[in-house]
Design a protein around this ligand. Structure first.
Ligand code: SAM
Ligand code: SF4
Length: 326
């Protein structure tokens, strides 16, 4: 088991299988985005090798992400390879949902258990404005396809940005009356330089709840406030689904962090919002043995930073969200 110097057991890995994406969300990347060359990315075999090493060290919860993981030409094979590894308890995927209509069924058959689908608005024009190139209808079809393929419970992720999509708080919450989905509202993390969005466009979770309650009435806290992953869960009385609030900026959950990330270029990233990383791909390509790579991972995890400094205005500067995977 990989343990850090603060005694946290780190067993959840988010693997970015590509930095490429078919959308250009305003809070995630610039409109004219330059992606990295393929040879700098982990190959299929390298993803499998590094994941197997991680699972041998007790990483049992795996989330595949990107960029957009479904644009990877071998995403179904990657899921299949990871789902079959000894010690893996959960394999999930974070996706913008654009290609899910086609892929939900094969992914589920390959062993995928759950999906988180990013959807920031139910308004097709607003969707276009936020993603700069997506079509709302495709994502909606993807959500329904995920549900019928058994990728449940469906979780929808919505980043709320002031002056962009605040009305989504009420619109998306209403979905839970009819659907057993978990709609999760995420505080935007302003990323240094990558986007034009600013700290004053962050809508904090408290304010989000106030807006929802003003329109739809009191929310009920679920599980006495115990976090589900990083989300605090509520429900609207009488609804089938749940509402989650991810307050990364205003209420960091670093004390209970159990995760690390593997970037698409094969770096073990120890905290989403700190620049500290361990390059695993260069030694792997140079012929390092499994034992040497395991030691690099364990030493890196030991050095995992305590937490991020967003509340103090400290940002990671070296990578943007699409390169780390969220
Ligand atoms: N492309 C996939 C997607 O959009 O779901 C996976 C990668 S994306 C980087 C993972 C998550 O990060 C998405 O839910 C996205 O909304 C979120 N995200 C991206 N930029 C963000 C930001 N600046 N602040 C908060 N969340 C962000
Ligand atoms: Fe692509 Fe996801 Fe970033 Fe949107 S949030 S640009 S879908 S990686």
């Amino acid at each position: 088991m990989a343990i850090d110097r603060f005694g946290r057991a780190i067993h959840y890995i988010r693997i970015s299988v590509t930095d490429h994406c078919n959308l250009r969300c305003v809070y995630c990347m610039p409109e004219k985005m330059t992606f990295r060359p393929t040879e700098e990315m982990m190959s299929f075999d390298e993803i499998v090798t590094l994941t197997r090493l991680l699972t041998s060290l007790g990483f049992d919860k795996i989330r595949l992400t990107g960029g957009e993981p479904t644009v990877h030409p071998q995403i179904v094979e990657i899921v299949g390879a990871i789902a079959g590894m000894p010690g893996v308890n959960s394999v999930s995927l974070t996706t913008n949902g654009v290609l899910l209509n086609k892929l939900a069924e094969p992914l589920a058959k390959a062993g995928l258990q759950r999906v988180n689908i990013s959807l920031d608005t139910l308004n097709p024009l607003e969707y276009r404005r936020i993603t700069r190139r997506g079509r709302f209808e495709q994502v909606w079809a993807g959500i329904l396809a995920a549900e019928s393929a058994g990728l449940k419970p469906v979780k929808l992720n919505a980043v709320i940005v002031r002056n962009f999509n605040e009305s989504s708080l009420v619109d998306l919450s209403r979905l839970t009356y009819e659907h057993p989905w978990q709609v999760r509202f995420i505080e935007m993390m302003p990323f240094g330089g990558a986007t034009a969005l600013q700290l004053d466009q962050v809508v904090k979770a408290n304010e989000m709840r106030q807006v929802i309650q003003a329109a739809l009435g009191p929310l009920e806290l679920v599980n006495q406030g115990e976090l589900d992953g990083e989300a605090q869960i509520y429900r609207l009385p009488g609804s089938q689904g749940q509402l989650g609030f991810i307050a990364s900026v205003s209420v960091p959950f670093c004390a209970s962090c159990s995760r690390a990330r593997l970037t698409a270029d094969g770096h073990l990233r120890l905290c989403l919002l700190r620049d500290k990383e361990v390059d695993l791909l260069t030694p792997l390509r140079a012929g390092a043995s499994p034992a040497q790579l395991r030691q690099l991972i364990l030493d890196g995890i030991w050095q995992k930073p305590w937490g991020h400094g967003l509340a103090d205005g400290e940002y990671a500067t070296d990578r943007i969200m699409s390169e780390i995977g969220g």
